[in-house]
Design a protein around this ligand. Structure first.
Ligand code: SF4
Ligand code: FES
Length: 213
């Protein structure tokens, strides 16, 4: 069995890959199939085939945080974003880019969180939305909101029991096409898949008897 986190140390950079978090956006294997070699048995990650800067770029393009890196050449490691964003992925998860803490634990800067209710790895997405045939627009309506005084800093996610994701901290909610629909410092995001007001919770989780455990 493969370890939970595969770690491959190159000469200038170490790459870590956590399969359980991968949402198969395939950015990595499409951008650099020489570094992340798809569809092979055994070894498939080759850090030395790219510069550390290129590896960093590949990791930053990984929405789920499945790819992490650590530079060994003295170059900068991943910096927090200047603007915290949660992107609503059509028929898929919520992609959060911020200094994320989940239930009080450091969760890195890129995470994809289940919003269909079916993940076996909650609160993370495990791509169960595909098998479930989850249908949800990535283009929710825009709500009136004012500019945030501070747009970055820690974002605390609390997965409530049998209920939504409570999200606290400066955050801009952005659609798949890049439209900002809400600027907030606290919101509740649906993770049961049944809200009529997606991406926000509207209490439907109680009616459908959603179980988060
Ligand atoms: S989520 Fe990350 S690791 Fe998974 S396919 Fe996409 S870019 Fe690659
Ligand atoms: S979590 Fe889906 S409606 Fe509350």
């Amino acid at each position: 069995m493969k370890p939970k986190i595969e770690e491959v140390r190159g000469k200038k950079v170490t790459i870590r890959f956590e399969a359980a978090k991968c949402v198969h956006s395939r950015n990595c294997v499409l951008a650099r199939p020489d570094v992340f070699v798809p569809n092979v048995e055994g070894e498939w990650i080759y850090p030395d085939r790219a510069t550390p800067e290129e590896v960093a770029e590949l990791a930053h393009a990984c929405p789920s945080g499945a790819i992490q890196y650590e530079r060994l050449d003295g170059g900068p490691n991943e910096a927090p974003p200047r603007v915290n964003v949660v992107r609503i992925r059509e028929n898929g998860p919520l992609a959060l880019h911020a200094e994320v803490r989940i239930a009080g634990q450091d969760a890195g800067m890129r995470v994809t969180l289940c919003r269909c209710g079916a993940s076996a790895n909650k609160p993370y997405c495990d791509s169960s939305h595909v098998a479930k045939g989850f249908a949800a627009s990535g283009e929710a309506p825009t709500k009136e909101s004012s500019a945030l005084a501070v747009r970055n800093g820690p974002v605390n996610v609390t997965p409530t029991v049998d209920g939504p994701l409570k999200v606290q901290g400066p955050l801009e909610v952005v659609t798949g096409t890049g439209r900002t629909i809400l600027r907030t410092t606290e919101t509740y995001l649906c993770r049961c898949g049944a809200s009529s007001n997606k991406p926000y919770c509207d209490g439907t989780h109680k009616k459908i008897g959603f179980k988060s455990g």
